[in-house]
Ligand binder design. Structure first.
Ligand code: G16
Length: 557
């Protein structure tokens, strides 16, 4: 690297020195997160990483999102979107960590130079690089986006493009689309979502239209970006009467007592909802609109809700997709299947046990990965159709390129032979689904529209959906400890291998509860250990979680 390049890196690092208290950043489950005001150095350095990643990939677009998603409004974070639209390749995380924690400008320079050498990245502007940046609505967002741009610009020749205020999944979608040579503006995103949703509604069987479900849908926008975007386009969404609460335009505080994380964890009515919403189908987004759950308020005198979490969204999608595949393949087909499909279903340890039983009972195998979209997504890519959801509402349905092109030739074959046949329509539904649901990452907005389309297709009310299976009561707790990373887990986080003896204590507690299940793991987004417990009653789940939390507290201090 020439002198100019060295000087540019040193200058950027000098502008944003690491905090004097020696706080360490870790890329974690979803990028770097901390209090917004303290995020400058990590964000600047993530900008450098993103620019180098793009250079490494021959100038393909890479993304940076400034968000702390479901975390409180004072926090902020930074996440790198890889060129395929997914999360940053995991083998670059150690570099991102090392850079974020470099103690001074010289150390930072040395780490970059060494890494560029190892990865064969030419510095000094002879390789091109472009980074698309976006942020959510947090008050520190504008400042941090500017810091990220400075980080990108510290790599000579890299171009930073500010895409503005977006939902996290919109930026993932844009990066993916751009690198595939597809239309990639925000207008294109909205058109694709709106058009494919309309197409799915047009494919609702005529006999189902008769028992048309209530078209009123109330959406909790978590006072974040998702509500704002929905307000922008809701008039163009056919067939639905959408009302947005916590839209992000009013006084409410981001994620505070509202949003998908609150609704799923607390299972009570979020702020911003009133007696007029009782009994209606409600959806809840998180602050950057990459999580989706549904709920219904039971009565105006009760704070409890009926919750439909990510597991039940997954189950609904699974049924819909399987039905379409069955239609295409014909029931009595003894020969080869028309469309042989490798169908994968991926969950994490947080999946409610009743959902996993449900999926197994309908003949599906479920693969488990550790928590974090980056793990689930990678697994889902192995299938023709891979569907993943975390219980907290992060998830999507991935269609392989090969499968989509098979579907395309099948639909044109059907349309020349038997246009309008049930097979033709089923293939069209799957194609429209692959257009609607975000292929880069979980997306509350497009996920919600797929839910709505499937409910219409099935002629199902919210109650029908709830009745798929009954969730086992569960409880989640957080425990603050000295060093959460002293807990090491195995078996997709379902068992602890360190510290010694903890798993035996957990097993001992579980054995006292019918349908008891419990695990602990260090959070990758907060400085806490998470405890999850499930049992046959609320009281039992609460007590199991509490007892295990006490063991964690006692052993880890
Ligand atoms: C992020 C990840 C999710 C994960 C969640 C909680 O969500 O993208 O995959 O489930 O953190 O992770 P942890 O339990 O490790 O703190 P979000 O919505 O905050 O981006």
């Amino acid at each position: 690297a020439g002198g100019d390049q060295r000087a540019a890196l040193l200058a950027a690092a000098t502008l944003f020195p690491p905090p004097p208290d020696g706080a360490r950043f870790s890329y974690g489950t979803a990028g770097f997160r901390a209090e917004g005001a303290a995020m400058g150095p990590a964000v600047c350095r993530a900008g450098v990483v993103a620019a180098l990643r793009s250079a490494k990939l021959g100038g393909a677009a890479v993304g940076v999102v400034i968000t702390a998603s479901h975390n409180p409004v004072r926090d902020n974070g930074v996440k790198i979107v890889d060129a395929d639209g997914g999360m940053l390749s995991q083998d670059w995380e150690p570099f991102a960590d090392a850079l974020a924690n470099a103690p001074n400008p010289d150390a930072l320079l040395q780490i970059v130079l060494q890494f560029a050498k190892d990865e064969d990245i030419k510095l000094g502007g002879s390789q091109s690089a472009q980074v698309l940046l976006a942020r959510d609505t947090r008050p520190t967002g504008e400042y941090l986006l500017d810091v990220a741009v400075k980080g990108v610009n510290a790599v000579i020749g890299a171009v930073a493009v500010d895409m503005g205020i977006l939902t996290t999944p919109q930026l993932h979608w844009m990066v993916r689309s751009k690198n595939k040579g597809l239309k990639s503006s925000e207008t294109d995103y909205f058109s694709q979502v709106i058009d494919s949703f309309r197409c799915l509604l047009e494919l609702v069987p005529k006999d189902k239209e008769a028992d048309a479900i209530n078209n009123r849908l109330i959406v909790d926008g978590a006072n974040g970006i998702g509500g704002l975007k929905l307000e922008e386009i809701k008039a163009k969404i056919s067939g639905l009467d959408i009302h947005v609460r916590n839209s992000g335009k009013g006084e409410g505080i981001l994620n505070e007592s509202c949003g998908a994380d609150f609704v799923q964890k607390e299972k009570v009515v979020p702020l911003g909802f009133g007696p007029e919403d009782v009994g209606f189908r409600c959806a809840s987004f998180d602050g950057d609109a990459d999580r989706l759950v549904y709920f219904r308020i039971v009565s105006s005198s009760d704070t409890r809700i009926d919750l439909v979490d990510g597991d039940k969204i997954l189950s609904l999608f699974v049924l819909f997709i399987r039905e379409q595949l069955d239609i295409i393949n014909g029931k009595d087909n003894k020969g080869n299947e028309v469309l042989p499909t490798r169908f994968g279903v991926i969950q994490t340890a947080y999946a409610n046990g009743a959902s996993t039983d449900f999926l197994k009972n309908i003949g599906l195998e479920v693969v488990f990965t550790p928590t974090g979209v980056k793990y689930l997504h990678k697994e889902a890519l192995k299938y023709d159709i891979g569907i993943y959801f975390e219980a907290n509402g992060h998830g999507t349905v991935l269609f392989s390129d090969h499968f989509v092109s098979q579907l395309e030739s099948l639909t044109s074959e059907f349309s020349s032979k038997a246009a309008g046949s049930s097979q033709h329509q089923a293939a069209m539904r799957l194609l429209a689904t692959s257009q609607l649901i975000n292929q880069a990452v979980g997306d509350a907005l497009s996920g919600m529209l797929l839910v709505e389309a499937v409910l219409q297709y099935k002629g199902w009310s919210f109650q029908n959906w709830c009745d798929l299976y009954t969730d086992l009561p569960s409880r989640q707790l957080k425990v603050k400890v000295q060093d959460r990373n002293s807990i090491v887990t195995t078996d997709a986080e379902r068992r602890v291998c360190q510290p010694n003896g903890l798993q035996e204590l957990i097993d001992g507690e579980i054995s006292n509860y019918s349908h008891g299940r419990c695990f602990v793991r260090p959070s990758g987004t907060e400085d806490v250990v998470r405890v999850y417990a499930e049992a046959s009653s609320e009281e039992a789940a609460d007590s199991l979680a509490k007892r295990v939390a006490q063991h964690v507290e006692r052993i880890l201090g």
